[in-house]
Design a protein around this ligand. Sequence first.
Ligand code: MN
Length: 499
Amino acid sequence: MLKSKTYQFWFCTGSQDLYGDVCLAHVAEHSQKIVEALNASGNLPYEVVWKPTLITNELIRKTLNEANTDENCAGVITWMHTFSPAKSWILGLQEYRKPLLHFHTQFNREIPYDTIDMDFMNENQAAHGDREYGHIFSRLGMERKVVMGYWEDADVQKKIGSWMRTAVGVIESSHIRVMRIADNMRNVAVTEGDKVEAQIKFGWEIDAYPVNEIAAEVEAVSKGDIDALVEEYYDKYEILLEGRDEKEFREHVAVQAGIEIGFERFLEAKNYQAIVTHFGDLGSLKQLPGLAIQRLMEKGYGFAGEGDWKTAAMVRLMKIMTQGMKEAKGTSFMEDYTYNLVPGKEGILQAHMLEVCPSVADGRISIKEQPLSMGDREDPARLVFTSKTGPAIATSLIDLGDRFRLIINDVECKKVEKPMPKLPVATAFWTPEPSLQTGAEAWILAGGAHHTAFSYDLTSEQMGDWAACMGIEAVYIDKDTTIRQFKNELLWNRVAYGK
Ligand code: MN
């Protein structure tokens, strides 16, 4: 489901024709070497494509417009090897619509003390040219990423690689289509939002379908297809009968198999990559989609419960941003449920009624069945597991009426002290930065939801950069957060972003 597109990033070096052919030949040679080194480094998730040196207004404008229309180009990386008068860039940049990284580097690492002369200085003056170039972005009020450092250094290359994932998130955001087979849960505020504005800002298409249309697709799934998938489940997962009748258990699991197949067919046929459900609006579905939705999330679909299309789209977006990542630890829909307030062991137990993505699982995954405390359907089968440890981010996109705000919290995932044998859902447990108290206070002051889009594999910087490209407010809750400063930030943002 989550198909990797072979995106590329163009590497454009700026200069001018003042320096003569010998110098420009060096500029081209140096930038080609940098591109080769970046591609060979293994630190970039996407290929960099070298482009001829940009030395005139016409060529700059033409190249940036070609980048706009090239479907494989997800962004442009620019570097001023020499001086490139920035007025030359105005028209091109005004017409440019994709993410842009300003790579502030230099071909030589060390000043060649013994041989340096004015020719060398004129040829290697990124310190000079990149400042002129950066100025025009600030003057135009254009969003761009600036990365400074030596091009051979792995940490610098990784920064570029990290930004590439953000850029692909920006480009792919407009391909996200969310299917709503249920409206927002009655009376709930934070999961509501302006779908037209979401399409204007993020490019998301958010459409409603009667739940019984997808239920009909589920009912049309053949017994053979269902049996084969149930076999796969029984091979792959541990079955926790816990005293239930084995035959009935299997029949309930088969209902989820039918939902997984039927839902996926319906989503694929209609070209949607995210879906929301609602436990109170299931039409003729026999169970709340649990195991089925968990498996679809693992395949790359976005999901959130109770009609929460914003979080469903964010889960899909974050799965796109992490695609193809080696040793990825997982990305999921999550919900803040209950606290541990024991000093030194503070944290939030995360779960949902059923729907946590198995990509975050640590170790064994089991199937359980248990009644839902809400709704009026069969006891649904669900995958149960605990999640990985380590740093992660929890994000919440909220609609404040006059604007969207993305809240990004660094969290530290931990194991709970003891098993929870009676809890029939998958869980994670984390302590928000900078502490449970300050983290939760800041989250609530910012208006963050109980639903989050969660990932071990993305950073707050990547998500904040995505928000900046989308032109929306982002606030960070991390190790540096203090409530006094955070409240001021919210106040100032209201002036900066509010209408
Ligand atoms: Mn919920």
